[in-house]
Design a protein around this ligand. Structure first.
Ligand code: GLA
Length: 402
């Protein structure tokens, strides 16, 4: 009898922890946080990461949802005689566990970086051959997020290499979000659901709005194009990752920063800020912390937005939201403003990608960037002016139901 009860409890608990589709509950909405690479590259140290954690709390980012503080490449310098990874003791004198403890004490989570190859992209020791040992170390340190890169892969199979680290993390016993950084070469969206919680879809983001500037590096607009057809693969627990944000890194204009952030929200992308928070200006802060735009990204349905229309430099994107709502983004890639009148319409040809029933229901239209200002209904002729390289983001909500 006792055995039966135990068996029953085991089945119930397993069902709660592992959902029917195999996903765990670690990243049911796109992970949000901060990562060191886009602003500091290899020049990372303990004090700077502590400063970032302090600022994320003080400036309100934590409360806006930015939870993970992630150290990227260059924290590691070698392996000791037992094969344990050795931390750079000059840059991280208190060690990684103390740093993780500090970050946890602030109500944040801690992420780290390694690589499936024998070396990381910056030439530091990778995890090849040490996956289970490294995963145990991360668990002992209190790591909550692992970004796992693909340099010096030595012709391994990406599926095999990432599954090995997935298994190592599981065996460590600590819940750790697993971020696959294979740059999209083997189309991870076709195989990585159930392996990682997010997978990079492209080469590294560069600090530019348009045009591929150097080998492997992609501008914001290139990345949007490369992600446009990947919507079927994203969902709670398994996200396309168009790379970390360049918002606030000093090259994009305020309009471009807003477009970059908005489109990452439409793409249901992980939102990892990549700017130096010590020098963040008010405009950048207002972009990264607009709670209504973040709500589009974090919507619990986890549906990635789709490109509904593209006429040359003008695009309309639609993202289905919960409660029968949808976000619609007018995206102007042109160097000129885009001024037009638009009626969302009342026939079936309109916005059929989203589950909004314009032919049956009337919708209220709200300007999301402007505190959800009411603009009119879906039957009205609405006027829009989208700045050069800019966006207008609206919410459609069934009438009388905000
Ligand atoms: C690769 C990754 C980047 C960053 C660097 C670190 O290029 O794609 O995001 O992690 O390595 O060396």
């Amino acid at each position: 009898m006792k055995k039966r009860i135990l068996c029953f409890l085991f089945v119930v608990c397993t069902f709660i922890i592992v959902r029917a589709d195999g996903a765990d509950s670690l990243a049911l909405t796109p992970p949000m946080g901060w990562n060191s690479w886009n602003c500091f590259s290899c020049d990372v140290n303990e004090q700077q990461i502590r400063d970032m954690a302090d600022l994320i709390v003080a400036n309100g980012m934590r409360d806006a949802g930015y939870t993970y503080v992630n150290v990227d490449d260059c924290w590691q310098v070698g392996r000791d005689a037992d094969g344990s990874i050795v931390v750079d003791s000059v840059r991280f004198p208190s060690g990684i566990k103390a740093l993780a403890d500090y970050i946890h004490s602030k109500g944040l989570k801690f992420g780290i970086y390694s690589c499936a190859g024998s070396l990381t992209c910056a030439g530091r020791p990778g995890s090849r051959g040490y996956q289970f040992q490294d995963a145990r170390t991360y668990a002992e340190w209190g790591v909550d997020f692992l970004k796992y890169d693909w340099c010096f892969d030595e012709a391994q199979s990406p599926q095999g290499a990432y599954r090995t680290m997935r298994d190592a993390l599981k065996a460590s016993g600590r819940p750790i979000v697993f971020s696959i950084c294979e740059w999209g070469s083997s189309k991870p969206w076709t195989w990585a659901k159930g392996v990682g919680h997010l997978w990079r879809t492209t080469g590294d983001i560069i600090n530019a709005f348009k045009g591929t500037v150097h080998w492997g590096g992609c501008s914001v607009v290139d990345i949007i194009d490369k992600n446009a057809d990947l919507y079927p693969y994203a969902g709670p627990g398994h996200w396309n990752d168009p790379d970390m944000l360049q918002v606030g890194n000093g090259v994009l204009t305020p309009e471009e920063n807003r477009s970059h952030f908005t489109m990452w929200c439409m793409l249901a992308a992980p939102l990892l800020a990549g700017n130096d928070l010590r020098t963040m200006d008010k405009e950048t802060q207002a972009i990264l912390m607009n709670k209504d735009v973040i709500a589009v990204n974090q919507d619990k349905l986890g549906i990635q937005g789709r490109r509904y229309m593209k006429i040359e430099q003008h695009e309309i994107w639609v993202k289905q939201l919960s409660n029968g709502e949808a976000a619609v983004c007018f995206f102007n890639r042109d160097e000129q403003p885009w001024t037009f009148e638009y009626k969302f319409g009342k026939d079936k040809s309109h916005l059929h990608f989203a589950d909004i029933r314009l032919w049956e229901l009337e919708y209220d239209v709200y300007d999301i960037w402007n505190k959800n200002k009411y603009l009119g209904t879906s039957s009205d002729n609405l006027s829009f002016k989208v700045p050069a390289h800019g966006v207008v983001l609206v919410k459609l909500a069934p009438k009388n139901k905000k």
